[in-house]
Design a protein around this ligand. Structure first.
Ligand SMILES: [Fe+2]
Ligand SMILES: [Fe+2]
Length: 389
């Protein structure tokens, strides 16, 4: 039970989620954490009773079992709302908070605990993957699933999907979930199951507790998407496609109904499509950060860890090879400009059951005569004004 005579450090150990609150209130829980809570609150100009109330609320939050919700019973709209408001918000907040905490712990303990550098690198990689991943879900996949749910509720025709079928972005999202899972597994192994060493300070302990909580939340987040949301979205798309087929078989008049509702969908999805392309322009920032622009102008060594999008950008003729080897969704330009840029060849092959060695040798044997093809591919991404050479 938290009380005002405890030191800040004791509170942080007893209630790990309190560190988030202490950070917001500018109360030092690390090196200056040996002060009683009352004294720390006085120094920060806060009423200790108010802070105790906030700590009580933080402890309640943690005990609210998210898993007690009946996710299968939620509508697709509510399920997406839950994923966004619970998991996406938390993930973004924690990625920002833990970034500075990780750096702080590395600078204080990195010398004695060199594994912390690997922890930092893995966490950076996880954040670099999860940012664009959630962006694509929020801007591309989830709006389409909401359009499917709306079509079902309003008895409209199947909405237009710029990526062919919902299976395509879902397959990419699941591949990215696998990658996140691999990084989490390595993080757990490098940190010996998030065990703080004896000489670790309270920040060290806080970081490991927060990373363990981040892992737990991400597992739940991925579980909900892979096992609840995605199968239901796939099923609904199939169901809507089949019901329209039956309606037109039964009565050609259904085409007229489809004509009206289809018109509304097309208008709505045109606006959505406009937003999608606006978002792709925003993706330029990600491209610059990831070094994608540099990559397309340089000779590319193709290995299992090379991004599929980098190969396509540097060697547009490789599209034929990818498609022939089974990556047919890459025919869709939207997928080439979004998903392909974050998936490695190794991940793509594992996901689709493609022989990576045969694919790599075919890609490496491609003639390097593609500079003429580079400009049209780049212009599709509306970055033709940027010098690539
Ligand atoms: Fe998500
Ligand atoms: Fe996801």
């Amino acid at each position: 039970m938290i009380n005002s005579s405890m030191t800040v450090r004791e509170v942080a150990i007893e209630l790990p989620q309190s560190t988030r609150l202490f950070e917001k209130l500018k109360i030092d829980y690390c090196c200056g954490g040996n002060r009683p809570l009352t004294e720390a609150c006085n120094s920060a100009g806060l009423e200790v009773t108010d802070v105790l109330g906030l700590l009580e609320a933080a402890s309640q939050e943690d005990t609210m079992e998210k898993s007690t919700l009946d996710f299968q019973g939620l509508s697709l709209t509510d399920l997406i709302g839950h994923i966004l408001h619970t998991h996406h918000v938390y993930t973004k907040e924690e990625m920002a908070r833990l970034d500075s905490l990780t750096k702080k712990v590395i600078s204080a303990h990195g010398e004695n605990h060199p594994e912390l550098n690997r922890v930092g690198a893995l966490f950076d990689q996880l954040c670099a993957d999860l940012g664009p991943h959630m962006f694509k879900e929020e801007r591309i996949l989830f709006p389409y699933i909401l359009a499917l749910a709306n079509a079902e509720a309003e008895n409209h025709a199947l909405p237009f999907a710029p990526f062919g079928s919902v299976n395509n972005p879902i397959s990419m999202m699941m591949m990215e979930h696998d990658t996140a899972g691999e990084i989490l597994r390595e993080l757990r192994s490098v940190t010996s199951d998030y065990a703080t060493p004896a000489d670790g300070c309270i920040s060290y302990r806080t970081l490991y507790a927060a990373l363990a909580a981040f892992e737990k939340d991400l597992h739940q987040h991925i579980y909900l998407e892979n096992n609840v949301l995605f199968p239901r979205a796939i099923e609904l798309e199939v169901q809507l496609a089949a019901s329209f087929q039956i309606a037109t078989d039964f009565s050609p008049a259904a085409y007229r109904v489809m004509g009206i509702s289809g018109f509304i969908e097309v208008v709505g999805l045109t606006l959505w499509g406009y937003e999608l392309f606006a978002n792709m322009r925003a993706g330029r920032k990600l491209e610059k950060e990831s070094g994608w622009l540099k990559t397309v102008s340089q000779k590319l060594e193709i290995t299992g860890t090379t991004k599929v999008g980098d190969v396509l950008a540097r060697y547009p003729q490789s599209l034929e090879i990818f498609v022939r080897r089974g990556f047919t969704p890459l025919r869709n330009p939207v997928l080439r400009k979004t998903m392909a840029r974050v998936i490695t060849i190794e991940q793509a092959c594992r996901r689709e059951g493609v022989d990576i060695e045969r694919l790599l040798s075919e890609l490496r044997e491609m003639p390097d005569n593609d500079h003429a093809h580079l400009a049209p591919l780049v212009s599709l991404t509306r970055i033709q004004h940027i010098q690539l050479s």
